[in-house]
Design a protein around this ligand. Structure first.
Ligand code: AMP
Length: 402
């Protein structure tokens, strides 16, 4: 089965074509600047150079059509025709409380995804556009929705409710949902495999540290708490996002700086985090460089980030009554021995320590704790596209074209 994995953002489409026999990526690519000047497609067939196609891409349907043309192109395509696509897997950001697992998309499911747009106004509408575009272009190909939130639906009420009037949960669904679910699930499973055990026997803390960052407590295979909340703004400080703050700061800013709700939202999502603290960059590579040249605020941003991660790890050890493994993944987690070391420095009381030689690794799955450590530490590259393809395969096996 060949699965077309689609991840639609408001002005972008990321895709991969994966042959599930051997889980081989046949091609991958990205469309940027949909509906803007300078829109383009970057398409990379496996083992070949990237092809860039500049064209007017007014909407997602035209975008998906361009991707299909690239995939079937006689020169740089990888399949003979659209018939070479057996199923489509969509990354959907928000599944609310209704979707606890990936699901075959029907008109009823689509309505459910649209209904979640109210709680994810930035993310779900472009996901829906992607589904509609694929439906129009590939009528009889089954499509599956894979939700960022689904893995976290096992979080108990004590961990997902905020200290707000209960009616706000009943009326508006105000609660912790959590995100990056496919990534947390994938790396926890990989860690268990590397330990020769099952997730159902382990307590694992997964640290997805990229531009967006979240930490999850996975107790015996189930997410029991996670740092992102109602939106992906809560929790750790991130590239440009504040993470948790005292909510009283919001009305204070609105009054003192004469900001609208939209402006505060922008302030917390786009101007805060390590960018806001350092005043230098939202990218940890730039911060490490600036800190090494003596920039104090860059050093401070790095210190605050590492402190927050450590604090979450400690709180999730408490939430689970112990921990067996800690996993680092995503851009920073996979690539920064320096940050991993900084975060784990001081966790020796848990029965773990990083081995500096093993820690000198980037983008490779490896155990990096010292030998005989009671709590194992791993670096595991995440692969959200593969999880989407695997779920699509699991659900569509047996269904050929609908
Ligand atoms: P992601 O959102 O998972 O793509 O992660 C992107 C972020 O990872 C970047 O903004 C950087 O902050 C961080 N990152 C990527 N590569 C490195 C590296 N070699 N060293 C430190 N940080 C890195």
């Amino acid at each position: 089965m060949v699965v077309f994995v689609v991840n639609c953002g408001s002005s972008s489409i990321k895709y991969q074509l994966i042959n599930m026999e051997g889980e081989i990526v046949m091609a991958k690519g990205l469309i940027e600047r949909i509906g803007m000047e300078g829109s383009l497609l970057k398409h990379t067939p496996a083992g070949k150079d990237t092809v860039t196609v500049e064209a007017d891409i007014p909407d997602h349907k035209v975008g998906i059509q361009m991707v299909i043309e690239a995939l079937t192109n006689s020169e740089y395509g990888v399949i003979g025709s659209m018939k070479g696509i057996d199923a489509v897997g969509h990354r959907i950001v928000h599944g609310g409380e209704r979707f606890t697992d990936s699901v075959l998309i029907t008109s009823d499911v689509l309505k459910g995804i649209e209904a979640c747009s109210e709680i994810a106004p930035l993310h779900n509408p472009p996901n829906v556009l992607g589904i509609r575009a694929c439906t129009e272009l590939m009528q009889d190909v089954p499509q599956v929705a894979v939700f960022d939130t689904a893995f976290h639906q096992t979080i108990p009420r004590v961990a997902f409710l905020y200290g707000l009037p209960y009616e706000s949960y009943v009326k508006y669904g105000l609660r912790r949902y959590g995100f990056h679910g496919t990534s947390h699930k994938y790396v926890a499973q990989k860690a268990a495999e590397m330990m020769g055990e099952h997730t159902s026997d382990l307590r694992i803390i997964t640290c997805h540290l990229g531009n967006g960052a979240s930490i999850t407590a996975i107790k015996y295979g189930k997410s029991v708490d996670t740092s992102m909340g109602y939106t992906p703004l809560e929790g750790l400080i991130m590239g440009t996002r504040s993470g948790e703050i005292d909510p009283a700061i919001i009305p204070f800013l609105m009054e003192k700086e004469n900001m609208t709700a939209q402006e505060v939202d922008n302030y917390l999502n786009k101007q805060s985090g390590i960018l806001g603290i350092s005043g230098v960059s939202s990218d940890f590579r730039d911060l490490e460089e600036a800190a090494n040249s003596g920039d104090e605020r860059s050093q401070l941003a790095i210190d605050i980030f590492a402190y927050k991660v450590k604090k979450y790890i400690g709180s999730y050890v408490a939430a689970m009554g112990g921990v067996d493994a800690i996993v680092f993944t995503a851009g920073l987690g996979e690539n920064s021995p320096f940050m991993r070391d900084k975060i784990c420095n001081g966790l020796e009381y848990l029965g773990t320590r990083i081995d500096p030689v093993l820690n000198a690794v980037r983008r490779k799955a490896r155990e990096i704790s010292i030998r005989r450590a009671r709590v194992k530490i791993f670096v595991i590259p995440t692969n959200e596209e593969l999880v989407i393809a695997q779920d699509t395969y699991r659900i569509c096996r047996g269904i050929t074209k609908l």
